[in-house]
Design a protein around this ligand. Structure first.
Ligand code: NAD
Ligand code: UFG
Length: 342
């Protein structure tokens, strides 16, 4: 049976907002819940500008069990949930572990308990390649075992996947897919939505665009002494619009199945790119010479990780289509437009 009404937690955030645009464009009705801890209500207007549709919105903190239960008493008609809402700063989680366990793990428990009143049986979870830790072999497949994750953030992703496994096992008809994202980059082509980190960015791409636009003096490249072709670390960077489409495919997949679903799926391009690859792509598409300095390795960084993404292709009929240049170009377009127009 086709799914129609989708609840999106964290839908005003970076990946959530791009996914909401894709869901609305594919004809789904969307209701966002978000506590706006790392996003802004103005995102709703931006989504409207792109899609000509306004998603329903409820400001709600998933840590508040009573509010979550009240929400599901009032709103009973969802066919599926996409759960983005989480805290995501790896470094911060090391220093504030309890905040991360409460937000990411308790938030999921409240959502599952609250929604169970309404028999919502289709659940997509935002997981991460961080669950693999530092793998011995790349590319990683979904059979690659969980590795040691040095950060509490990574531990919350492993725990949430386990909770979903146990919950799915306990029920005859609970469908769940954990999408293990690799490294999302870029923005919607319009430049109306994109990634807007609060404060100093931790991630590579926003640091590059903020350096190029003059907000940061230079990019620190964390290590050029890795055992990789150019000495810098390797990741699987994926365009956020490709990632958004993978969620629509996951929702479609639920509708096509008659049996129970419990899947973990890598969402990446299958190609490893180095920090220098990203810098060179950015310089090419922007025509700007980026100011960067080589510094020491960042604690906790993995040398190399990229996906074997064939399961996503076989199961979801999804494949990344956009190139690295598309990612860096759209990120730069978004940064310039945002700084000019807000
Ligand atoms: P984001 O911070 O932009 O979006 C998360 C949204 O969730 C924000 O709008 C925030 O306000 C909301 N939120 C957080 N805690 C909440 C709570 N308790 N109740 C209600 N709303 C809450 O992050 P993002 O980059 O869009 O990431 C989305 C998901 O994808 C997260 O689960 C993240 O861990 C996961 N992920 C992100 C990356 C990445 O590099 N961006 C990589 C892998 C996985
Ligand atoms: N890097 C720099 N300089 C910077 C920032 C990053 O050289 O200023 C390097 C890092 O050392 C790493 C690469 O760029 O080699 C990518 O770093 P990011 O911080 O952009 O991404 P990570 O791979 O460390 O982690 C990201 C998210 C995690 C998520 C993971 C997998 O931050 O939340 O991708 O999806 F779990």
């Amino acid at each position: 049976m086709a799914l129609k009404n989708i609840l999106v937690t964290g839908g005003t955030g970076y990946i959530g907002s791009h996914t909401v645009v894709e869901l609305l464009g594919s004809g789904y009705n969307v209701h966002i819940i978000d506590n706006l801890s790392n996003s802004d209500r103005s995102m709703l207007e931006r989504i409207h500008q792109i899609t000509n549709k306004i998603p329903y919105f409820t400001q709600l903190d998933l840590r508040n069990k009573i509010d979550v239960f009240k929400f599901f008493e009032k709103h009973t008609k969802f066919d599926g949930i996409i759960h983005f809402a989480a805290l995501k700063s790896v470094g911060e989680s090391v220093f504030q572990p309890l905040k991360y366990y409460e937000n990411n793990v308790v938030g999921l428990l409240n959502l599952l308990e609250g929604s169970s009143q309404n028999n919502i049986n289709n659940f997509v979870f935002s997981s991460s390649c961080t669950v693999y830790g530092s793998p011995d072999l790349v590319p990683v497949t979904e059979h690659t075992k969980f590795g040691h994750t040095p950060s509490p953030y990574g531990a919350t992703k492993q725990m949430c996947e386990r909770i979903l496994d146990d919950y799915s096992y306990s029920s005859s008809d609970y469908n769940t897919i954990s999408l293990r994202y690799f490294n999302p980059l870029g923005a919607h082509d319009s430049g109306i939505i994109g990634e807007l980190p609060s404060g100093i960015p931790n991630n590579l791409m926003p640091y590059i665009t903020q350096t190029a636009i003059g907000i940061r003096p230079y990019l620190a490249v964390f290590g050029n002494d890795y055992s990789t072709p150019d000495g810098t670390a390797i990741r699987d960077y994926i365009h956020v619009m490709d990632l958004a489409k993978a969620h629509v495919k996951a929702v479609e997949y639920f509708a096509l199945q008659t049996g129970k679903v419990n899947e973990k799926i890598n969402i990446g391009t299958g190609k490893g790119k180095s920090v220098f690859d990203i810098i060179h792509s950015f310089e090419k598409v922007s025509g700007i010479k980026l100011n960067y300095k080589i510094e020491g390795r960042r604690e906790g960084d993995v040398e190399s990780i990229y996906a074997n993404a064939t399961k996503a292709e076989n199961l979801l009929n999804w494949k990344a289509e956009l190139s690295l240049d598309d990612m860096t170009r759209s990120a730069w377009n978004w940064e310039q437009k945002y700084r000019k127009e807000g």
